[in-house]
Design a protein around this ligand. Sequence first.
Ligand SMILES: [Zn+2]
Length: 590
Amino acid sequence: MTAVYKCPYDNLLILNIATTCEERNFDYPLEIIQFSIVVIDTRTKTIREDVKFNRYVRPIINPMLTDYCKSYTGIAQATVDTAEPFPVVCEQFCEWLQEHDFQETRYAFVALNRQDLWLVAQYQFLLTKQPLPAMFRQWVDMNALMTKVHQGQYSSRPEEDIIKNMSNFYNIHYEGAAPNAMDSSDFLAKVTKRFLDDGNLVTVNETLRCFFGNRNIPLTVDPEWRTKFNSAMEVHERMLPLISCHTGRFFPVEHYGMCHYCKNPASVCTGMEHKQYPKDVYEQLREPSVFAVKAGLVKGQHDHFGHFVLNRYRPTGEFQGAGVQGRVVAVADILNNRDGLVMKRALRAEDYHRELAVLQAMNHQAGFPNLHDFFTTPAHLGEVQYFLVTDYEGETLYDVSGRTKGGISYFNLMRITYKLLCILESLHMRGFCHRDVHARNVVIRQEYDGLVRIKLIDFGMSLPLTPPPAPKTDLTSWHASLEVCRGEAYTRFDDLISAILVAMWTIRLDPFGNDKNEYQARKVAFDANPLVWFTKELKWIGKLYNSIQLQRSSGYSHTDMFDNFHKWDPEFDPTSPITHSVIENQLRIE
Ligand SMILES: [Zn+2]
């Protein structure tokens, strides 16, 4: 034990972050879902049990946690559903710093290694399109400090379980089951205290910079980088604008928040622009990187995509369907040797541009079709035609529910409705309304991992939510809300009501009949007292309807809407997988 800690800061903020993740996939748009801080007061040499910061965060790109993520982090879907999104939590954190008088330069972050700040924090700020704050640009990399001080005795490579290695080395027990961020912060605080107690210096040893010589050496991308940690980190080091480097010497206070290459403060060298754009890396990728695309890191379109190439798409004859907006055929992409695609011809330029805007904005988001290509035919070939190519995302809920003759279980009905509302919420958060939600525009299929997922398709009617679009034509339909049938301007609540009507349609619960002229009158009656239409097991649908109608005047509330599910049966998890069977190659929902 030393008399005074060797540490130039009044406080050490021991940080740990949990993110969304998917098993064996490093090309994943990481979003923070938990942010935890434990404090060491270096003057009193104590871990402050009375002052902690621990918040859960609601992810936006993938609002639904994967099963892998839930078991890895121990975080439940309902926990993030009721949490605030990252910008709000970050603001709360800044207020917390002020409240406890933790002043910049007088504290330093301590992290397990470089991942939490270089990768996760940097990426989260890229997603929210904010400059990376000065406070997140330097930190104590505890794994590197220990490796340096205990040379030959302690070492832990990035792909290894650092917590386990530290725990074994110091014989400090990790309290907790899954690697929860708060438990990890508690653990790392004990390790850091022990390191200080032994008389070792704790100071900033890792900083971010916008340029690094090694990045000029071309990287041969491992074709399996998406599933291999080290190869993925090599790719991420190129894709992310700021790279983390060890500081060779003592970290002077003037260097706080500064870029160690261009010597500019964080307000100038923001990390929002890439000074070593890795064009060669992107050229080597067979498929666009979801990680890079989601954060807007890729410049321009993929070379061949977005342009007309004669005879590129060959119809496979698997199915053919004509919708109101255009023709849909199953095709294979000859150029890239890919089948399982759907090509849609829009009949009007206007529909094409509307749909393209939404598909581009929502691409790679859970619940939306993957946009493969889009193009218009050149004028010299005759009348200009408009095409959109997406992945084939499954059969329509209309067809699949018809197969079970309305026999879908109440649990699956709840799961489907919950997911559909989540999908609509993320569409609304990107500023669009769908305006044509019905059971033929919801597709469902069993995916490669055996789970059944639903997606929303057909954005030919979609428009920006603001200003609320006034109808140019009569949008009355079975699935339209009463307000839409009355010709009122379209709002997000009309999409949500249509989603509830999809649920009712799926079990053939029909209060509106099939005479279009009577829809409005029947919807007035339904709206006045929806609960009478539902049996005891289905009352939640009527309550959900009332709750959304109420929000038209009280304002949208994520929590109020999803509480309807959690409160109805607290034992039931509406995010659990849809139960199903596949009989003679046909999907059946139980
Ligand atoms: Zn710089």
